[in-house]
Design a protein. Structure first.
Length: 205
């Protein structure tokens, strides 16, 4: 995982501590399964937020397993974002699936009926063909800001393994995100990051 080179505040030091913990978990998984690999991509490095996408691959049965997940951190606190505080809408709530070890599977996933309705209307979402029964009730979503596109990336989360290919990436424009009630401060930060594509505003290493 990347680190902030000059982490001079408690919040930024907490960010690096989170990265340390994620790396430790990755090494533990590698110890348990030598086929485990992880690719890491920084999607937004400030202002305001750090967005990182992780793509994990491993072999463990008839088919290789692939898991894409995200870490989105609030740079003012150093904590992972709580999407229920960054979206105002009916039925918004956090999604958590606790595995056998009792740990939170994906605390940043969000359940939001209005987002599901928009997701199902997207041309890239196969909601009537082979994927018509893939989406759950309630359906959770993984969300992260993408500085390059200037949009919020949304994809269905925790789909059953046999229909994981149905997880379409829907890119919410700032206008769509605002209509859905996403926080204006988040959208302003995303717009600022998009204005300087590829700029490393945090001194990541």
């Amino acid at each position: 995982m990347p680190r902030i080179a000059a982490a001079t505040t408690p919040a930024l030091m907490q960010v690096n501590a989170t990265m340390d913990a994620i790396d430790k978990d990755g090494k533990d998984q590698r110890h348990q399964n030598k086929t485990f690999t992880r690719a890491v991509t920084v999607m937004m490095a400030g202002p305001g937020y750090l967005s990182v996408m992780l793509s994990d691959n491993w072999e463990g049965g008839a088919y290789p397993a692939v898991l894409v997940h995200v870490v989105v951190l609030d740079l003012s606190t150093g904590q992972t974002v709580d999407w229920t505080k960054l979206v105002k809408g009916a039925g918004v709530k956090n999604y958590s699936d606790s595995g056998a070890d009792g740990k939170m599977g994906q605390p940043q996933a969000l359940i939001y009926p209005a987002l599901l309705a928009m997701y199902l209307k997207d041309p890239g979402t196969d909601s009537t063909g082979d994927c018509k029964d893939a989406y759950q009730d309630p359906q959770s979503f993984m969300i992260y800001p993408d500085a390059k596109s200037g949009k919020l990336d949304v994809s269905a989360f925790d789909l059953p393994h046999v229909v994981q290919a149905c997880a379409n990436d829907v890119m919410l424009t700032p206008e769509q995100a605002k209509k859905l009630g996403f926080d204006q401060g988040l959208l302003d930060a995303l717009a600022a990051a998009h204005a300087q594509p590829g700029s490393d505003k945090l001194g990541m290493q």
